[in-house]
Design a protein around this ligand. Structure first.
Ligand code: UGA
Length: 452
């Protein structure tokens, strides 16, 4: 099929490459000329395993090309995917200005006679596709034949190519059987059931999924705080809970809170949507509040350990800057937020991340942060080691070497990444999230206070 993919961010670029690899003829469109030129040369604007090879292969085989010319991009296309950004606006809702602008341009340039399905893949609130249709109708020539469809993506950064190639689910919302037939034809080779629904339900599925996963994380993070007070171990609690197939073990890793370009903005946008419909989705307020508190709970452990709020004269070795492992993305990274908190109290930081150093330099500046070349150099002379991102390579640190490099054998593990028994057996003081460690004293519960 002939396709046009508008936007070359995580969703658009990965989508364009994978759709071309499926044998389609794909044109990727972006307004950023420099970015397009780099992509054509195999220089990806994002770090995603397998992406560069897939792009180059499909460009070479002439199934994939890129342009800044939207008119050229949509000529002859049977499906046009809108994959532009929908960042958080000041009010907490999604900023849809790029979606509106692209819809207007698609309408203006829809001059050929080919029936098109205009598909929104960007994460957009309920009702957006109906407005996209209105805009298209307003700007398209009367002769243009088209329908709109909602087809949200569920890919995760760091494994988006794999997620797109072998999706667990496909959701398509349309208003017409004609559009649904085109979408069925596009996805039929995956041999997977498609959740076929109306536009609004499809839009809602995306937000409901992200909000639910964020709720799972906030639940286990709050559980971690309770476990710590009560002398239980949240890792064991999560393991026990996760074995119940109704609960599942995924997204039950307690940590410093969720970050990234999706969960924070999508939970906030869904809450805004609920208010727009005069419904107070109160649970989401709690999910956001817990997430906000979680980084302070972790930072407090550090303040307490060093006897107060003034951290001047201390140096921390921070392992991890990306919002999660396997990505270079530092957007809404809790690791960066924690570093700001520590520096705000006078601490010096040495930092290292396997992929996110360049992005972090933009956020942290380079004047008073030491950017180390590896996971050991970062430790030299630091008062403690902090694990802030769940990178696999931090799991198997050589603890003898770590001990030699640090001033004190002290580890704060914000992702519960290390094996506490091994760490403690190696003579470290180990402070983690919601875990009963040898270093933490539990207070006897004051039942009298609870009754009163
Ligand atoms: C998320 C969803 O998982 C995807 O399905 C969705 O398509 C995507 O958003 C999107 O809307 O585009 P992503 O933001 O790449 O994907 O990252 P996740 O792997 O979901 O992690 C989000 C955050 O939660 C990270 O900061 C991670 O460290 C944190 N997390 C995750 C935890 O703290 N604990 C967990 O158990 C899992």
């Amino acid at each position: 099929m002939k396709l046009c993919v508008i936007g070359t961010g995580y969703v658009g670029l990965v989508g364009a490459a994978v759709f071309a690899d499926w044998g389609n003829e794909v044109i990727g469109v972006d307004i950023d000329e420099a970015k397009i030129k780099k992509i054509e040369r195999g220089i990806m604007p994002i770090y995603e395993p397998g992406l560069s090879d897939l792009v180059l292969l499909n460009v070479k085989q002439k199934r994939l090309s890129f342009t800044t010319n939207l008119k050229k991009g949509i000529q002859g296309a049977e499906i046009v995917f809108i994959c532009v950004g929908t960042p958080q606006s000041k009010s907490g809702s999604a900023d849809l200005s790029q979606v509106w602008q692209v819809s207007e341009n698609i309408g203006k340039f829809m001059t050929d006679k080919i029936y098109k399905v205009i598909v929104t893949k960007s994460t957009v609130p309920v009702g957006t596709n109906e407005k996209v249709k209105q805009i298209l109708k307003k700007f398209a020539p009367k002769s243009a034949k088209f329908d709109v469809a909602s087809n949200p993506e569920f890919l995760r950064e760091g494994c988006s190519v794999k997620d797109m190639q072998k999706t667990e689910r496909t959701v398509v919302g349309t208003e017409t059987e004609r559009a649904m037939k085109v979408m069925r034809k596009f996805y039929e080779h995956l041999n997977m059931p498609i959740v076929e629904c109306d536009l609004r339900s499809s839009e809602m599925i995306k937000y409901a999924s992200n909000a639910f996963l964020a709720t799972k994380i906030s639940f286990i993070n709050e559980m971690a705080q309770l476990c710590e007070k009560a002398g239980a171990d949240v890792v064991k609690v999560a393991e026990g809970m996760g074995l119940d197939s109704r609960i599942g073990s995924k997204f039950l890793n307690a940590g410093i809170g969720y970050g990234g370009a999706c969960f924070p903005k999508d939970v906030s946008a869904l809450r805004r949507t609920s208010l727009d419909f005069a419904y107070d989705f109160a649970l989401l307020q709690g999910v956001m509040r817990v997430n906000d508190v979680q980084k302070h709970y972790f930072a407090n452990k550090i303040y307490e350990e060093f006897g107060g709020e003034n951290l001047s004269g201390l140096t921390f070795a921070c392992l991890g800057l990306a919002f999660k492992g396997d990505t270079d993305d530092t957007r809404e990274s809790v690791a960066i937020k924690i570093i700001h908190l520590l520096r705000g109290r006078g601490a010096q930081v040495r930092v290292y991340d396997p992929e996110a150093m360049e992005n972090a330099k933009r956020e942290l500046g380079t004047s008073s942060v030491f950017f180390a070349k590896d996971k050991y150099e970062v430790l030299k002379g630091a008062d403690a080691m902090l694990i802030l991102t769940e990178w696999g390579e931090f799991k198997d640190m050589d603890l003898t070497k770590v001990k030699k490099l640090l001033k004190k054998p002290l580890i704060f593990d914000g992702r519960n990444l290390l094996d506490k028994k091994v760490v403690e057996a190696n003579g470290f003081k180990y402070l983690a999230i919601g875990r009963k460690t040898g270093s933490q004293k539990q207070k006897a519960p004051d039942f009298r206070a609870a009754i009163l």
